[in-house]
Design a binder for this molecule. Structure first.
Ligand SMILES: CC(C)(COP(=O)(O)OP(=O)(O)OC[C@H]1O[C@@H](n2cnc3c(N)ncnc32)[C@H](O)[C@@H]1OP(=O)(O)O)[C@@H](O)C(=O)NCCC(=O)NCCS
Length: 146
């Protein structure tokens, strides 16, 4: 079965919370995912392979800009271009709404994520010192400007 990128459904929440716990020191809870459905400016996509949710990525449309967050792929499925596909699709959705500029933050040590974002046209424009906790680390602020 091919990789499917689609909008989040309420039935994805348990699986997404599991992927989060496996991937982040401060994972999103089920509640955080549930709240997405009530936020009109939130766009959230999942990647499904052989019927199983293996990744996700979100975007909030704020002041006409796309703020991308929570890009994650289940460990066994990394390195197959799934994160790149998720970001590509978020940007395609954004372009439908005429969004030109996209931004995100990433830990300065997160080389695989930075690589994915650079491949999608993002460039580092600044550093936010001590932005992350557990462990404390600077954030690289990246932008993709249209
Ligand atoms: C970051 C993450 C989402 C990437 O997902 P993915 O589906 O594996 O990404 P892709 O397969 O699209 O691309 C991975 C790229 O990183 C590269 N990469 C992998 N490990 C790397 C490393 N240690 N250093 C540099 N680049 C690396 C791969 O070679 C690939 O680039 P290429 O296509 O040019 O070869 C995934 O690793 C993940 O879920 N990490 C944990 C959560 C996280 O950190 N999310 C980002 C928060 S901002």
């Amino acid at each position: 079965m091919p990789l499917i990128i689609r909008k989040i459904k309420e039935t994805d929440i348990d699986r997404l919370a599991e992927i989060e716990r496996d991937s982040f020191s401060r994972p999103w809870t089920r509640e955080a995912f549930r709240e997405l459905f009530d936020i009109p400016y939130a766009r959230y996509l999942v990647a499904e392979l052989d019927g199983e949710v293996v990744g996700s990525a979100g975007m909030r449309v704020i002041a006409g800009e796309g703020n991308i967050d929570n890009v994650v792929v289940w460990g066994d499925f990394r390195g197959r271009g799934i994160a790149s596909r998720l970001i590509e699709e978020l940007i395609r959705l954004g372009e439908e709404e005429d969004i030109k500029d996209y931004t995100l933050e990433v830990r300065v040590s997160n080389a695989p994520a930075i690589r994915v974002y650079e491949k999608s046209g993002f460039k580092g424009e600044g550093v936010r010192p001590g932005f992350y906790e557990d462990p404390t680390e600077d954030a690289l602020i990246m932008w993709r400007r249209g």
